[in-house]
Design a protein around this ligand. Structure first.
Ligand SMILES: C[S@@+](CC[C@H](N)C(=O)[O-])C[C@H]1O[C@@H](n2cnc3c(N)ncnc32)[C@H](O)[C@@H]1O
Length: 296
């Protein structure tokens, strides 16, 4: 069987479609310039960021995730496909979205330069600037935290595939939104996230989708109506006997749209827009999806 990350990307993600939504929302709610700087929170294998920089040489991207294995897989398997220039325009940070400034740069092969991503660190010594050193020494960046790097303000920040559901308390959700807002461009920027909901999603669910060489299963456990929490598991089946069970497991709190709107406003967002897509649930169970873009 191929890597679980490869199967996940094929089954779950559609970066081209996501980017076209991001551009449309930016144009509608900010406008006046092309969005160039993206931050992908909860990025996993950062497929979206990779596609973002691949399709326009002026673009930069920052990815942030708790899971070092998926970030390293991205460097080896996604970013490696777009050449050395990619390593200079996209940086991955390992850490928690609740303490983003403490997250650490994931070591990459080409830690040189900087095309809009200005890595100007003093490495805690107060004197050793990576910029002065021309970034020739990759050790200089090995321990760089996000707070030590000097990035352009973000035009767009996104948290896709229901990732905000990984945060379980209101306090954490507001804290996360405050961090997001603090790094959005003062010239105007948007934060975009997605959630699913509705009574049809508040129970045990199972989705199955066939691909030419494997089948993907999405499973939601019993839904706890008091905590609004549930467990999601992803499984893949190759041939008849090749089963990769629990390739990914997430514990989610299914936030409602009004809860998210309140938290965004409390964190200082001025406008909250909700885009809905209804899904029919016939024989196969599908998760309804809504997208919530937000202007500063
Ligand atoms: C559902 S996956 C989404 C991956 C990707 N964004 C996508 O669109 O498919 C959720 C990701 O969030 C990460 N994650 C969960 N809690 C996190 C946190 N507090 N800080 C950073 N990343 C987190 C997990 O490691 C996982 O990669």
């Amino acid at each position: 069987m191929p890597s679980k990350f490869h199967l996940y990307q094929l089954s779950v993600q559609s970066p081209k479609g996501d980017i076209s939504y991001l551009q449309k929302f930016f144009l509608m709610y900010v406008g006046g310039r092309a969005p160039l700087h993206l931050q992908e929170d909860f990025c996993g294998t950062a497929l979206l960021s990779t596609e973002w920089i691949r399709t326009d040489a002026r673009r930069t991207a920052i990815g942030l995730d708790l899971d070092l294995e998926s970030l390293e897989w991205c460097l080896e398997n996604n970013l490696s496909k777009i050449g050395a220039d990619g390593y200079s325009r996209m940086l991955l940070f390992h850490g928690n979205v609740l303490q983003p400034m403490e997250s650490r740069l994931v070591k990459q092969k080409f830690t040189n330069l900087v095309h809009g991503l200005d890595l100007n660190s003093n490495n805690g010594t107060g004197s050793n600037s990576c910029k002065q050193m021309g970034l020739a020494d990759s050790k200089c960046l090995a321990n760089l935290t996000m707070s030590e790097a000097d990035f352009p303000a973000r035009d767009i920040i996104c948290a896709f595939n229901y990732s905000c559901c990984c945060l379980h308390s209101r306090k954490d959700l507001v804290l996360y939104f405050r961090h997001v807002r603090s790094v959005l461009s003062e010239r105007g920027g948007i934060f975009v996230m997605d959630v699913y909901g509705g009574i049809s999603s508040e129970r045990k669910l199972r989705l199955q989708r066939k691909f030419p060489s494997f089948t993907y299963f999405w499973e939601q456990d019993e839904f706890d109506i008091i905590s609004r929490q549930t467990r999601i598991s992803l499984h893949f089946q190759g041939g008849k006997k090749q089963m990769m069970r629990y390739a990914f497991t997430y514990h989610w709190r299914l936030w409602s749209i009004p809860e998210i709107k309140d938290c965004l406003e409390e964190a200082g967002f001025k406008w909250v827009h909700v885009w809905m897509r209804e899904c029919q649930i016939p024989s196969q169970v599908e998760t309804p999806r809504s997208i919530t873009p937000t202007g500063t």
